[in-house]
Design a protein around this ligand. Structure first.
Ligand code: FDM
Length: 213
């Protein structure tokens, strides 16, 4: 008989505007799951700037190159596709992934430039669907007040407002919306609870699915 398969890992995605607290919350969540819960988990992020495609994206974001809006959209998507096989094997071998941004950033940011939403979604079809989408909700004005917008291409209040509108269009009832204006510890607590629920559901045999649901 084949050896028993380990329970699969969960694909947890954090989304939100720049300065919504995603990146710190991802880091805190991953250390909690590893150190306190003793679970196999890895921190991932998109764009993954370490690949060849990722270096083209990095140059674009740093305003060191100019690209057609559709061309950069497809590079962001390709950057997810090139990680798909590894993502699937990690999940199937029991490792949960905490991912800072995914296809929803891809669609929200490109559609905020005026591209058609359905056109933006098309190249994402067939990527692995997250088991949990945690949306850190912070009004753009409040995120901007937190300071520390860098000099990257999209880090401007007017553009972030457009992105917020498009996140709202994409939001569906399966998303867990966390009020990112709450104190960091309160946000962290909610994220931990929702994540543990998702990990347990996946361990119990919830099948992997593909985008878009
Ligand atoms: N971004 C990110 C996109 O425009 N499309 C995508 O598919 C992804 C994953 O890239 F402004 C944007 C969002 C952000 C920028 O992201 C870099 P980080 O999280 O700051 O590295």
């Amino acid at each position: 008989p084949p050896p028993p398969r380990p329970p699969r890992g969960s694909l947890i995605v954090l989304e939100g505007l720049d300065r919504s607290g995603k990146t710190s919350q991802c880091a805190r969540l991953v250390s909690h799951l590893q150190d306190k819960e003793g679970l196999p988990v890895e921190a991932w992020r998109f764009p993954d700037r370490t690949t060849c495609v990722g270096s083209m994206i990095a140059a674009y974001l740093a305003n060191q190159s100019q690209l057609d809006d559709r061309a950069i959209h497809l590079l962001f998507s390709a950057n997810r596709w090139e990680k798909r096989v590894l993502m699937e094997s990690k999940l199937k071998s029991g490792t949960s992934l905490v991912v800072d941004r995914y296809s929803y950033s891809g669609v929200a940011f490109s559609a905020a430039k005026g591209l058609d939403i359905e056109w933006c979604k098309a190249p994402e079809v067939g990527l692995i669907a997250p088991d949990l989408v945690l949306f850190l909700d912070v009004p753009p004005e409040k995120a901007a007040e937190r300071g520390g917008y860098g000099t990257e291409r999209y880090e401007q209040l007017e553009f972030q407002k457009e992105v917020a509108k498009h996140y709202n269009l994409l939001r569906d009832p399966t998303w867990e919306v966390v009020d990112g204006s709450l104190p960091l510890e309160a946000v962290e607590e909610q994220i931990r609870r929702l994540t543990m629920d998702s990990i347990v559901t996946c361990q119990k045999g919830k099948p992997l699915a593909n985008l878009w649901l």
